[in-house]
Design a protein around this ligand. Structure first.
Ligand SMILES: [Zn+2]
Length: 425
């Protein structure tokens, strides 16, 4: 099966699945613990979510990403993927250029890191080039400023595959597994819906809009038969670092999948999966990054809505659309689908796209705050706005995984386990 990833290059797969071989490879290596974020990025590199990256970036790549939005070899890339380390850690763990080190997580072997380069990079420059601001109120800028003294660049090989916990287990597919699933389903076109949300019907219509747009001129005849669909929508949930007030990841994946389970999408045109990624809130640059990940998953199209991956007022509503439009098609390995907001129109008595009906004075936007208060009050909203089955799933997830709340609370931050674990090899 053809496995071509972003950049038109073969999909990177750097995983030693055989435990005996893995044990042989790591014998005698110095070890160093990896943080949760670094561990998830090792997992993403190993399976090819970040293809063509084979490891953490070296200085030349970071510089090209910051200055030209590309890797040193000219491949489109928008966000530095770096491994930061303090001088003390370099000394304590005996990290040296040209030597391999075993990264551990939860004291168990995770990945071999071939340290090729130890380097510094000015953090304020990196922050400004990626986020367009130096204000540390921006969470991505704050993350950049929090990087330690130095960076390590070099190849990563996963030696111990992660165990994904419930309820995430069925939703974690590697890029290879995504592609095999698409092949099995017979999907020729697949459009990504990027999300960190529990879906209201505005989101549902965004997906339906994107699905129809991606299907385009393909024939529809065979699709009258369930199981014969030739295109699909993939909801790819971002699972990673949470901030208080975010939806809990469990509620996100279960409700998105619930749209299919309860028939709002036909079984053969909808699928929910997840990708580990700590949101940088880089707006347009993050939209490019999401398009890279989804190209690696084997998707053909990617939906981008209003204020994609933005935060506060740092980016204009459609800045991501403009950046994506400016990228030559031979560099972007996925077709973007630009969508407007879907709203409730009381005059039409239905959910509609703001670009469609003429009652724009009467439109009621889906307000995150309103949906949030509905969920907090546990009052079932009208099905036109929020599907009752989805409401029930949110309430169940809150009880089962959220310590009573569908939103991230201090208790959730303190007690919830990461979605993955690394077991003894
Ligand atoms: Zn209307």
């Amino acid at each position: 099966m053809e496995m071509i990833g972003h950049g038109g290059k073969p999909l990177v797969e750097r995983v030693i699945a055989d435990k005996t071989e893995a044990k042989k490879k790591i014998a005698g290596l110095k070890t160093m613990p990896a943080s949760r974020q670094m561990a998830t990025e090792c997992i993403s590199i190993g399976y090819g979510f970040f293809s063509p990256l084979e490891g953490f970036m070296k200085r030349a790549d970071v510089d090209a990403v910051c200055k030209k939005m590309e890797l040193a070899d000219g491949t489109l890339w928008s966000i530095p993927i770096v491994f930061d380390i303090s001088d003390k850690e370099i000394a304590d763990y005996g990290v040296k250029e040209g030597e391999s080190i075993l990264l551990t997580y939860d004291d168990n072997p995770l990945a071999i890191f071939e340290v090729e380069e130890i380097f510094t990079y000015p953090k304020d420059e990196m922050a400004f080039d990626v986020y367009g601001t130096k204000e540390d109120k921006h969470p991505g800028v704050a993350r950049t400023y929090a990087y330690k003294d130095k960076f390590l660049g070099g190849k990563i090989t996963l030696v111990n595959e992660p165990k994904i916990r419930e309820p995430f287990t069925p939703y974690f597919l590697t890029p290879r597994q995504h592609r095999m699933k698409f092949k099995e389903l017979g999907w020729q076109r697949i459009v990504a819906h990027q999300t960190r949300n529990v879906p209201h019907s505005g989101h549902e219509w965004l997906m339906k809009h994107a699905y129809i747009a991606a299907h385009g001129e393909l024939p529809v005849e065979s699709m009258e038969v369930i199981g014969k669909a030739i295109s699909g929508v993939l909801v790819n949930c971002i699972v990673g670092e949470k901030r208080a007030g975010d939806y809990i990841d469990e509620a996100i994946v279960l409700t998105q999948d619930g749209l299919k389970k309860h028939g709002y999408f036909r079984e053969d045109i909808h699928m929910t999966t997840m990708t580990f990624w700590d949101m940088r809130y880089a707006g347009p640059k993050e939209a490019v990054h999401h398009s890279i990940i989804r190209a690696n998953l084997g998707l053909t199209h990617h939906m981008f809505g209003r204020d994609h991956a933005g935060v506060g007022t740092y980016y204009e509503s459609y800045e991501a659309h403009r950046l994506l439009m400016s990228i030559p098609r031979e560099k972007l390995f996925i077709t973007p689908i630009f969508v407007l907001e879907w709203v409730y129109c009381p005059h039409c008595g239905e959910v509609t796209c703001i670009g469609l009906c003429g009652h724009w004075n009467e439109h009621q936007k889906f307000s995150g705050t309103k949906i949030r208060s509905i969920l907090i009050d546990e009052v079932k909203p009208t099905r036109l706005i929020f599907r009752p089955e989805i409401f029930d799933i949110v309430m169940d997830a809150a009880k089962k995984y959220g310590f009573g709340s569908p939103f991230v609370t201090p208790e959730y931050l303190a007690k919830a386990k990461p979605a993955f674990s690394i077991e003894p090899l």
